[in-house]
Ligand binder design. Structure first.
Ligand code: SF4
Length: 458
């Protein structure tokens, strides 16, 4: 293998992270946006690496598994030139800055966050010392639109736990970014309102104090913002941040605007008259080369040559003339992509599981696919139910609350152990609130069907 850098625990593009099935790489897509040239470069990547599928992650990255060889230097160079690889490869593994996939087209949006996403990425690129942060360091920026990065579903408490989260709010007829801090599966409301022009200065102060804390408390595993908040508390942290700034921080109690559950799926009008966007669910984020090629063609033929990756392992085709939506639907269906919101796969999430992860007890991906097919054949939903399959308690795939959680376990059956799940129903705050029972996987689809019929809409 010829990687440009040594493997890291968190995948980037320039070094593969070793997994059970080969190397794993991730391509960061700034703002989740893919234009025509980038789309074509990804098609070439499929071909060069002989890939059958590529996966959209829950931070709007592309992920490739099971690699046996590193991409060629030319591929690195092309992707870098097209903005799909960090200019500073050593920082490429840091998490993608998360923003709503409906930026600029969302009728409720208060501010277009794309310039901020690129300003934040530029700030990161120009501060190589940020490599000292944990690779899990994360930033989210939300424009206050209907499709918020904070929620996927109708479970209002389902937050994205970005360590630093800016959300646009209207306060006395002025737009600010409200600041929340993420850690320990919760968001800490700082009540700080930031003038958008000061966003990068405040980010710099937040990161500088955080980094000082990490450097002065060296550990084998880098400390995270949650450790700082547990250790210092919010007040001490914010005071140090304020001391670093040359202007006072404003605080006020605010309420975030309501969001549209599952607004990233299905057909929706844009704020631009006569245009619509179409949200497409993918089975566990997987996309085949044919589907990708087809989407690139359709975005060229009907849209503005743009495809967007969402933070929910799905895709969006924006800027489709509303008069053309009827024409494009069968073409999407021919590609095996549903433009309708009522598909079970729209909110079924699974971690890598066996055989890809050494900690996994069960084959979560395989089981999730079987479950999706089973539900597709039997249940009609208005919108999906968020079901999370996790191969161990780490819950890598979805740390936020799920409506139903399947936690991998081994079940004893007639002197044998078979793969199964502990099934839990969440209450909007906690995923594991009520335990339903422990079952061999063969019985799980039926149990889930019954649960959905009892507790959800069918
Ligand atoms: S949740 Fe556990 S089993 Fe699943 S990928 Fe993470 S570590 Fe592996």
């Amino acid at each position: 293998m010829t990687w440009l850098f040594e493997p890291d625990t968190c995948p980037g593009l320039f070094y593969g992270t070793s997994a059970q099935d080969g190397f794993l790489i991730r391509l960061r897509t700034p703002g989740g946006l893919i234009n025509l040239s980038q789309g074509e470069a990804i098609t070439q990547l499929f071909e060069e690496l002989d890939l059958n599928t590529i996966q959209v992650t829950n931070r709007a990255n592309f992920q490739i598994r099971g690699l046996k060889k590193a991409p060629s230097t030319e591929v690195f160079q092309t992707l870098s030139k097209l903005g799909l690889a960090g200019k500073n490869p050593r920082l490429d593994h840091l998490r993608n800055v998360m923003s709503s996939p409906t930026v600029g087209i969302d009728s409720q949006e208060l501010i277009n966050t794309h310039p901020f996403v690129f300003a934040i990425l530029n700030y990161i690129e120009n501060n190589p010392h940020l490599i000292q942060l944990s690779p899990k360091f994360s930033i989210g920026i939300d424009g206050g639109g209907q499709v918020s990065i904070g929620t996927r579903s109708n479970v209002m408490a389902e937050h994205r736990y970005n360590e630093i989260q800016f959300s646009a709010v209207n306060y006395h007829d002025q737009i600010f970014f409200h600041l929340a801090l993420g850690g320990d599966k919760k968001l800490w409301d700082t009540e700080i309102l930031i003038d958008p022009k000061d966003c990068i200065s405040v980010l710099d102060a937040l990161i500088t104090v955080y980094l000082d804390y990490v450097i002065s408390n060296p550990r084998e595993k880098k400390l995270r913002l949650k450790h700082l908040l547990q250790d210092w508390g919010l007040t001490k942290y914010l005071k140090q941040v304020q001391d670093y700034l040359t202007f006072p921080l404003t605080q006020a109690k605010i309420t975030l605007s309501p969001t549209l559950p599952y607004g990233h799926l299905g057909i929706h009008s844009q704020k631009q008259e006569g245009l619509s966007y179409i949200g497409l669910s993918l089975i566990l984020g997987h996309l085949t080369v044919n589907q990708w090629r087809g989407l690139v063609n359709l975005s060229h033929r009907f849209g503005n040559e743009e495809i967007r990756l969402t933070p929910w392992q799905s895709l969006l085709l924006p800027n489709i003339p509303t008069t053309k939506v009827k024409e494009i639907i069968p073409l999407l269906e021919d590609l095996g992509l549903s433009p309708f919101v009522n598909q079970p796969q729209g909110a079924i999430v699974s971690c890598a599981g066996k055989p890809f992860c050494g900690s996994a007890i069960t084959q979560t991906q395989l089981h999730a696919k079987i479950l999706i097919q089973y539900l597709q054949e039997r249940i009609k939903l208005d919108y999906p139910v968020n079901i999370h399959l996790t191969g161990c308690p780490k819950s890598c795939a979805q740390p936020s609350p799920a409506e139903i959680t399947l936690l991998g376990t081994m079940i004893e059956q007639e002197d044998n152990f078979v793969e199964g799940y502990k099934i839990y129903v969440g209450n909007g705050q906690e995923s594991l609130k009520s335990k339903v029972g422990e079952y061999a996987f063969v019985d799980v689809p039926q149990i889930i069907e019954k649960l959905i019929k009892e507790k959800h809409r069918t």
